[in-house]
Design a protein around this ligand. Sequence first.
Ligand code: NAD
Length: 298
Amino acid sequence: GLTEETIMTTVAFIGLGNMGSGMADNLVKNDYNVLAFDLSEAALAKAKEAGCTIAQSTEQAAAEADIVITMLPAGKHVKDIYSNQILSSVCEGTLLIDCSTIDVETAKSVSELAEKKGLKMLDAPVSGGVAAAAGGTLTFMVGGDADAFDKAHGVLSAMGKKIVHAGGHGAGQAAKICNNMLLGATMIATCESFQLAKKLGLDAQVFFDIASNASGQTWSMTTYCPVKGVGPQSPADNDFAGGFASALMLKDLGLAMQGAKDVNAQVPMGELAAKWFEMHCEEGNAGMDFSSIINRLA
Ligand code: NAD
């Protein structure tokens, strides 16, 4: 219903692609006034249908907003749009929230640029895919100061079910890429264990029953099992269609490798996972769910 906060709050939403369109839709449903802008005419038409007001430019949307939310492909877009369009056009007191998945360094430097202009900014990447964006069940991992986090809580809650304050600027991105590096590596480890078990003559269901209750248990096994017919329903039961694309896993592993290099961290398992997902994508599997990497280990 209408609350004092939402009836008065205008959100500029920049980047209405696969994720942003569902997120903006949920803001409209929660009675925010959404000013939308995207370079794609098709994305804008869809946003209009969902009840957003279409802006003429990023600058115009930002100038009229209480809160700016961006959901863009990569770090270079975020850096460019904040440096050249948003920071020069927003009013004092506007809260800036970038929900894109980008490298920690860019997230920090763009936030610092905003702070220099006296503006509050948060990095708030999400986990959960297109379905969670549409359903309003995303998890937000948020970096920035506590005041800004408190101010953002309402608008993020309209798009997600779990909102976590991870720390200062860049901490949201750090949480996202560290989690996904762990997921990439443990998915491969789970897949190779199933394949070795099979070659050693051990039945997949029997191995699942043992390992899922033993010290080898992983999320990749018990929640997202890469073997057809074993464990709960997962993309493996649907020929690896849908789910979390290998290309997106590769993107996140690339960001993790970049972050590791920047701070001189050793990530041998992450490096191997990045290499394997790179090969997997090059072989034509970029659009398939990431658990399809089990086929490379046959
Ligand atoms: P997308 O490519 O579908 O959407 C990005 C949108 O940004 C496009 O509509 C594009 O036209 C628009 N855009 C690009 N440059 C612009 C500019 N200069 N001005 C205005 N609009 C511009 O991407 P997506 O799948 O929605 O992902 C967005 C972000 O969310 C990425 O960083 C991605 O890594 C992350 N993410 C995606 C998923 C997923 O499952 N798709 C899950 C979690 C996180």
